[in-house]
Design a protein around this ligand. Structure first.
Ligand code: 9MR
Length: 325
């Protein structure tokens, strides 16, 4: 029997950081931990650095799982990416029911951001400061507890300024999704970035999540990254996955997996074509298919580079080829 050829570590092929989203319990699982350590040079916490986990109903914070991910990153010489300080989808009780006669809402938010960012200072290369601010149809910006209390402009200012003060070296990001499939959303996102920069908000990087379906038109990812790169800021392709069930593919599973591989390769090519100083990181949103949030929503999905057993898929081979170009 011939000896299986070990697949090359992705991070050894890339001139830019290759990231992956993980959950703390996975890193205690030998197979998942080995994959995360072998291929990736940056870790994003899939949810354990969000308010939904960190902020307790009484307003206290728990860092146990974020600390476990940080410890793994340190041990394996990886960068940590902070995700996410403010998100419309997270309105924890500790904030919603804050007694503002004791501490102002803004003060409490600053305190949270300061605690979070300073704890991982030196290890975290950057932070998603505000996540997903643009409405799905691109017609405006989302409302949330944060915008209601501090105003649209105000909530960006408070969050970015608190993060900047807590870690002057971290790159501070805004981050959003469906930018490649919804032109109005991309336009509104870019308008927002322009406004924030004009207002002097210390925004230092642009996130493009890149959750997409295998039916996404070839060229869309390339055009989107190019448009976003026009600001001259670092770009984080921050959460890539390619659903093979979303988008109602008519051509069958083999064709969907082929298109999936093509989209991953296109994304790598487009990212590698950015000026070096703008290549912040290329991050996939999960290790194996079975780890993906998409598979939890639809068991037939297979969005990642590795299958359920951790074996490389055609998408992995396509990424390797693209990195070697
Ligand atoms: O993949 C994440 C899932 O495990 C969490 O339950 C969920 C809520 O915290 O968030 C998912 O990640 C999202 C990310 O934080 C922001 N962009 C969209 C991602 C997929 O929903």
């Amino acid at each position: 029997m011939s000896q299986p050829i070990a697949e090359p570590p992705l991070k050894s092929l890339a001139n830019f950081p290759i990231g992956v989203a993980v959950r703390a319990p996975q890193l205690a699982e030998p197979d998942a931990a080995a994959l995360a350590a072998r291929h990736f040079s940056q870790l994003t916490a899939e949810w354990e650095m969000k308010m939904e986990y960190v902020v307790q109903p009484d307003g206290s914070f728990r860092f146990d799982r974020a600390d476990a991910i940080a410890a793994f990153a340190r041990q394996h010489g990886q960068r940590l990416f902070g995700h996410t300080l403010l998100w419309y989808a997270n309105e924890p009780e500790g904030f919603a029911r804050l007694d503002e006669s004791r501490q102002s809402f803004e003060g409490a938010l600053r305190n949270y951001i300061t605690a979070m960012v300073s704890r991982y200072r030196g290890l975290a290369s950057g932070w998603d400061v505000v996540n997903e601010p643009v409405m799905e149809n691109g017609e405006g910006l989302r409302e949330s507890l944060w915008t209601r209390k501090l105003g649209q402009v105000g909530h960006f200012k408070v969050a970015f300024e608190a993060a900047r003060a807590a870690d002057p070296a971290a790159v501070l990001f805004i981050n959003d999704y469906h930018l490649e499939s919804r032109p109005a959303k991309l336009r509104r996102y870019m308008q927002l970035i322009e406004q924030l920069l004009a207002q002097g908000v210390p925004l230092g990087g642009i996130g493009c999540q890149t959750h997409c379906g295998a039916d996404l038109a070839p060229g869309a990812i390339t055009a989107t990254l190019k448009a976003l790169a026009g600001f001259g800021l670092p770009i984080h392709l921050s959460e890539m996955d390619v659903s093979v069930v979303d988008g109602g593919l008519l051509a069958g599973r083999a064709e969907a997996l082929r298109r999936q591989a093509g989209l991953y390769a296109e994304a790598i090519d487009a990212f590698a074509a950015l000026p070096d100083r703008q290549q912040f990181a290329f991050t996939v949103w999960g290790l194996r298919d079975k780890d993906s949030w998409l598979k939890r929503e639809n068991a037939a999905d297979a969005p990642m580079l590795f299958d359920d057993a951790g074996r490389p898929k055609p998408a992995f081979a396509a990424v390797v080829d693209a990195l070697r170009r």
